[in-house]
Ligand binder design. Structure first.
Ligand SMILES: [Zn+2]
Length: 144
């Protein structure tokens, strides 16, 4: 990712205290900038974040809850639809964690299966080599 670190891009930086979004072009290697109004650190919401209206406090709380759970608005395309309401966030985060755990378990099963096949192949190889050695020994033995 080294080629990516100094690219300039437009960010949606949210201040949850002011319920405002600041669009800034900045280096993504910079640390989080501060809100121009209240000087709290801004949160990078990703480039696809759509800010709720200032008085939509539940929507802002929802966005904050999603971000705190590591859900970025630019990476949601592959992980299903974002919850519409604050009270859906918990279930959404849980389902995501569960599917991540299921994926991890599936890949572990796959790795175990592969390791088993690998061991079997090695055993097979050793037997084959043994058979070849025995055959060669038989060939080099002088005929009676
Ligand atoms: Zn602020």
């Amino acid at each position: 990712m080294s080629g990516y670190t100094h690219r300039l891009y437009k960010q949606h930086l949210a201040c949850f205290a002011c319920r405002k979004v600041w669009r800034q072009e900045r280096l993504d290697s910079e640390s989080a900038p501060l809100c121009p109004d209240c000087h709290q650190p801004l949160t990078d919401m990703g480039k696809d974040f759509k800010a709720p209206r200032r008085n939509a406090t539940a929507q802002w709380a929802k966005a904050e809850a999603l971000v705190k759970n590591g859900i970025r608005f630019s990476s949601l395309g592959t992980s299903g639809t974002i919850p519409q309401r604050l009270n859906e966030v918990e279930a959404f985060v849980e389902a995501r964690a569960q599917s991540a755990a299921e994926q991890a378990a599936a890949s572990e099963r796959y790795e175990r299966q592969r390791a088993k096949e690998q061991r079997l192949a090695e055993v097979w190889d050793r037997r084959e080599q043994q058979r070849v050695r025995q055959y060669q020994k038989k060939l080099s033995r002088p005929a009676d």
